[in-house]
Design a protein. Structure first.
Length: 203
């Protein structure tokens, strides 16, 4: 059964906290009682994405909803121990440069010591509904100098190398395992801003 409820921002006077690069940090806090031990899906949907995202329904990304979800398993603490979702210690925004290697790691940490695995997926606009007309970043001006990869163990997303400046979205599915059994998942949908940069890395 799907149960929807509205949760308002709890920080920044209801407007979020302003960060650099025209970004806001929002906290949504709510309390919910579940009926028993099982696996549940917790999700949120925002009515609009940013405008001008190059790889999400171009040129109308602002008409596409932004959707995140987590699956969580309530374990039996007597036999299976307690379960906490991993925390992603790095913000879901990052900046890179045209023609230079871009690397992002969500820096996921699990307090229970469970194993984590990473998978690159198409972002969602609602439950079981991928965003329309999605292109992976390397499909914008594709070629041998434009390649992406995601390390399934470390979580490193590597892009060698961006060719077109602008805003991109990628989504990473983070899977949590205990004793070989999948118990939780988290979707990270993140913004990558690629700029024309004057500086060049030392060789």
């Amino acid at each position: 059964m799907v149960r929807a409820s509205g949760v308002v921002r709890s920080n920044g006077g209801g407007q979020g906290d302003l960060l650099p690069n025209d970004t806001r940090l929002n906290f949504y806090i709510a309390t919910h009682t579940y009926p028993g031990r099982a696996q549940y899906t917790i999700s949120m949907t925002d009515p609009n994405r940013n405008g001008g995202i190059l790889n999400v329904n171009p040129p109308s990304s602002e008409n596409v909803m932004f959707h995140l979800e987590t699956t969580f398993t309530f374990l039996n603490p007597q036999f299976q121990g307690y379960n906490n979702s991993p925390r992603l210690l790095r913000p879901p925004t990052d900046i890179g440069c045209v023609g230079q290697l871009f690397v992002h790691n969500p820096t996921a940490y699990d307090i229970d010591g469970d194993s984590l695995a990473y998978e690159l997926i198409v972002p969602f606009q609602d439950r079981n509904l991928p965003v329309p007309n999605y292109l992976f970043p390397n499909q914008i001006n594709p070629g041998p100098n434009n390649m992406i990869s995601l390390d399934p163990v470390s979580g490193d997303f590597r892009w060698m190398s961006p060719q077109v400046p602008g805003e991109y979205n990628i989504a990473i599915l983070i899977k949590e395992y205990r004793q070989g059994q999948l118990i939780n998942t988290i979707i990270r949908d993140m913004q990558i801003l690629i700029r024309e940069c004057d500086n060049r890395p030392l060789k």
